[in-house]
Design a protein around this ligand. Structure first.
Ligand code: HEM
Length: 119
C-alpha cells in the first residue's frame, strides 16, 4: 500500500517536473500558477516521508547501500531541478533538465534493482 503510493508519487514528481521544465523553457504563464508552486512540494514531501517510513519499517540503514545511493541521486535531482527552473539562459536550463532526468532515471534504476550500480 505505502509502496504503491510511493511509486505513484515517484511517477508524479517526474511528470510534474517535466511539465514545469517545459513551462519554464517556453516562459509559459502556467509556471506562475499557484497550484504549480504548491503541488510539487506536497508531492515531493510525501514521496520522501513515505520513503523514510518504509526504510524504517524494513530496517534499512539510510546511510549505506542502495538507499544512500538513492539519497545522493535525490540531491542531484533537486540541484539540477533548481538549475532547470532558475537558469539564466536556455542552454543552462536544458543542461539542468538533462541532469535532472539522468539523476531521477538513476534513482528509478537503483529502486528497482536495489543496487548502487544497476547497469
Ligand atoms: C525522486 C525520489 C524517489 C524515487 C523516484 C523513488 C522511486 C522508487 C520506486 C520506483 C520504488 C519501487 C521499487 C520496486 O518496485 O521494486 C521505490 C521503493 C522504495 N523507496 Fe523510493 N524513490 C524515491 C525516493 C525515496 C526516498 C527519499 C526514500 C527513503 C529515504 C525511499 C525509500 C524507498 C524504499 C525503502 C523502497 C523499498 C520499498 C519495498 O521494498 O517495499 N525512496 N522507490
Amino acid at each position: 500500500m505505502l509502496r504503491s503510493l510511493h511509486v505513484m508519487l515517484a511517477y508524479l514528481t517526474v511528470i510534474g517536473f517535466v511539465l514545469r521544465a517545459v513551462w519554464s523553457l517556453t516562459d509559459s504563464p502556467f509556471k506562475h500558477h499557484k497550484l504549480v508552486k504548491i503541488l510539487p512540494h506536497v508531492i515531493d514531501t510525501l514521496l520522501l516521508v513515505i520513503g523514510v517510513v518504509m526504510a524504517y519499517q524494513l530496517s534499512i540503514a539510510p546511510l549505506e547501500g542502495w538507499l544512500a545511493a538513492k539519497l545522493v541521486g535525490l540531491l542531484a535531482y533537486i540541484g539540477f531541478g533548481v538549475v532547470t527552473m532558475r537558469g539564466s539562459t536556455t542552454a543552462i536550463k536544458l543542461l539542468g533538465l538533462v541532469g535532472a532526468l539522468v539523476s531521477v532515471g538513476y534513482i528509478f534504476a537503483v529502486a528497482f534493482s536495489r543496487s548502487v550500480w544497476p547497469f
